[in-house]
Design a protein around this ligand. Structure first.
Ligand SMILES: Cc1cc2nc3c(=O)[nH]c(=O)nc-3n(C[C@H](O)[C@H](O)[C@H](O)COP(=O)(O)O)c2cc1C
Ligand SMILES: Nc1ncnc2c1ncn2[C@@H]1O[C@H](COP(=O)(O)OP(=O)(O)OP(=O)(O)O)[C@@H](O)[C@H]1O
Length: 326
């Protein structure tokens, strides 16, 4: 995938840019709705025998448009978003820096400079995509702005029951700890990446060593509690159990921020400073304050059993699905 970074105003000349079918959107999470939009663009590009392009933006428009927001938590921070888009088999990605001057473009200026000017001959976006100053341009008015230079496909709303699959729905699911639901909306588990740092070194003394993880980006994370997770490092993936929390059993005073610690099953290596990715599969319980270490140990044993049973069932259902598809 060829990536073209653009800061407004751009100086790309139409005749130097290949014709494309262009999918448009912010695409935080690259959830199933986004996948449908991008896959529709890909199909159309094959039909028309031109490149398939995605145009996305960074940072999130709310940082520029709502002055009181300095940083937002992403489902997929930029690098992850680009990787998941690339995995869908796209030829080119226009990454437009979302600046104030860009946000002030009128719908017609946006279409002239960023669609017609980038040689898109067909545009694909969801039914509720908006563009231009105050989001005034819509899919209904797009043909008017197109000046006959391109056609378009509006992708119908993809829903889960009554609810539109959206980045907001995925964010809420993660924030509420419903990581299994987030997984079904994303079509894969939500994941976060970071580095293994030194913890309080108590874990090994109670029989459950844990890798303490410092996140590398501003991710949305699930609330405090215990989760069945998979953790990958150096190209290998392991099952484990994660506690996000303040460890109230050991801390009278709540630490500033919760720690994220993973006990990896059947694993005994030294992994400080290693880069890891954690995938959230299932919430098991809330964090508790136990009256003693023995009680905590007994509970962690039950947590591990529950997580192992879950992964066993998952492996069996994946096997059945794979056999059906064979
Ligand atoms: C699966 C699991 C569940 C946990 N649940 C709790 C809990 O409910 N309450 C609590 O105070 N600590 C809980 N902990 C945190 C332990 O107290 C923690 O792992 C231990 O203090 C080691 O911390 P350290 O890695 O900073 O040394 C849990 C840890 C794991 C791995
Ligand atoms: N469920 C869906 N069905 C069809 N198209 C969708 C769906 N969700 C998003 N899209 C389209 O995908 C593109 C990117 O969507 P965008 O990231 O802007 O918003 P979103 O996923 O709807 O989330 P939110 O509005 O909560 O931020 C847009 O063209 C949008 O219309």
């Amino acid at each position: 995938m060829k990536m073209i970074k653009i800061t407004h105003p751009h100086h790309l000349a139409k005749q130097n840019v290949p014709k494309s079918v262009m999918a448009l959107g912010f695409f935080d999470g690259v959830h199933k709705g986004h996948q449908k939009v991008i896959q529709t663009a890909k199909q159309k590009a094959e039909e028309l025998n031109v490149e398939c392009a995605v145009m996305t933006f960074d940072p999130h428009p709310s940082i520029v448009l709502k002055k009181n927001i300095q940083q937002i938590e992403y489902i997929t921070p930029l690098q992850e978003k680009l990787k998941f888009i690339e995995d869908l088999g796209i030829d080119r990605l226009y990454l437009v820096e979302f600046t104030e001057s860009f946000s002030l473009l009128q719908p017609q200026q946006f279409v002239d400079q960023y669609i017609i000017g980038l040689n898109a001959i067909h545009v694909v976006a969801g039914f509720d995509f908006t563009f231009g100053r105050f989001g005034k341009g819509t899919m209904e008015t797009l043909p008017f702005y197109s000046r006959g230079a391109f056609t378009h496909t509006t992708v119908e709303k993809l829903t889960d029951g009554e609810r539109k699959i959206s980045s907001s729905l995925v964010r809420n699911a993660i924030k509420n700890g419903d990581v299994s639901y987030a997984c079904s909306l994303l079509g894969r588990p939500h994941q976060v990446s970071g580095k293994v740092i030194h913890g309080e070194k108590r874990g090994r003394t109670i029989g459950f060593p844990t890798a303490n993880i410092e996140l590398s980006e501003s991710y949305i994370t699930p609330p405090t509690g215990v989760y069945a997770v998979k953790i990958s490092m150096n190209g290998k993936e392991y099952a484990g159990i994660c506690n996000i929390g303040y460890k109230p059993t050991f801390h009278e005073k709540r630490p500033d921020k919760p720690s994220i610690e993973v006990h990896i099953f059947d694993f005994h290596e030294e992994i400080y400073d290693i880069d890891v990715t954690v995938k959230w599969f299932k919430r098991i319980r809330s964090e508790q304050k136990f009256s003693g270490v023995e009680e905590l140990i007994a509970q962690i044993k039950r947590d591990i059993k529950e997580a192992k049973d879950f992964f066993q069932q998952l492996a069996e259902s994946d096997k059945i699905t794979a056999e059906k598809n064979f």
